[in-house]
Design a protein around this ligand. Structure first.
Ligand code: HEC
Length: 203
């Protein structure tokens, strides 16, 4: 082959290679002469491995060890239950930041069913009909539950409600319960809460 022919061949193959890599309209995977960085030796979940005698690529933690941040030694704050009794009060100090965090998480995880004011009229219940009716979280029966019971329902679910232990952290759920108490307070107002100077304006 002459030098010119070699050059032409190189130019053509480069163009073919580049269009193959760059064309956004292709629906087949682009040709890879060298593997892209996304192609690397790795295990996918539950894949078999020849490296270990039990052939599991997903390893169990060594016995007697606990991953950082996953100790959960305190039953009260992890389960909301101690000696088969719901804990009476939220173990976290109630601060403005905790309430703001709880409001955020409540609006994400609870409001779709229970609504942002907790009356149970969220969009899911409205669409689902009679078979799936979220509870009104501001009714006296729920107000009377202690913090541990509310936390336990949020964690494990109850009857037709599923739990949110896997979607939220323990701290998130205690923050949600603190905020739910704020909703309880907001729906328990009496005339005594209105300053004397404003009572005349009430209709
Ligand atoms: C997908 C819809 C859905 C979501 C999201 C949801 N709930 Fe519920 N919840 C329900 C339903 C339905 C019930 C009524 C269960 C029953 O009585 O069968 C209920 C009942 C409850 C009750 C009353 C339990 C009782 O003893 O009657 C509490 C408290 C509660 N939910 C708290 C929460 C909190 C806190 C969250 C957010 C972490 C949440 N729920 C998220 C559907 C939901």
């Amino acid at each position: 082959m002459t030098n010119t022919n070699v050059t032409i061949l190189l130019v053509l193959t480069s163009i073919a290679g580049l269009t193959g890599c760059l064309s956004p309209s292709r629906d087949t995977p682009p040709l890879q002469i060298w593997d892209d960085m996304k192609v690397q030796p790795k295990y996918k979940p539950q894949q078999q491995s020849g490296l270990f005698s039990d052939k599991r690529s997903s390893r169990r933690p060594p016995e007697g060890t606990v991953a950082v941040g996953q100790l959960n030694a305190d039953d009260a704050s992890h389960w909301g239950i101690v000696n088969s009794q719901y804990v009476g009060r939220n173990p976290l100090p109630i601060t403005k930041e905790l309430l703001a965090h709880g409001q955020n998480k409540f609006n994400v995880y609870c409001a779709p069913c229970h609504s942002q004011i907790g009356d149970g009229k969220g969009i899911v219940g409205v669409r689902a009909g009679a078979a799936f009716q979220p509870a009104n979280l501001t009714e006296p029966r729920v107000k009377q539950m202690n913090d541990g019971e509310l936390y336990s329902v949020a964690s494990e679910g109850r009857r037709t409600m599923m739990g949110y232990r896997n979607q939220t952290s323990d701290q998130d759920r205690w923050a949600i319960i603190a905020y739910l108490r704020a909703l309880h307070r907001a729906t328990s107002g009496t005339i005594e809460d209105v300053p004397d100077s404003l009572r005349a304006q009430l209709k």
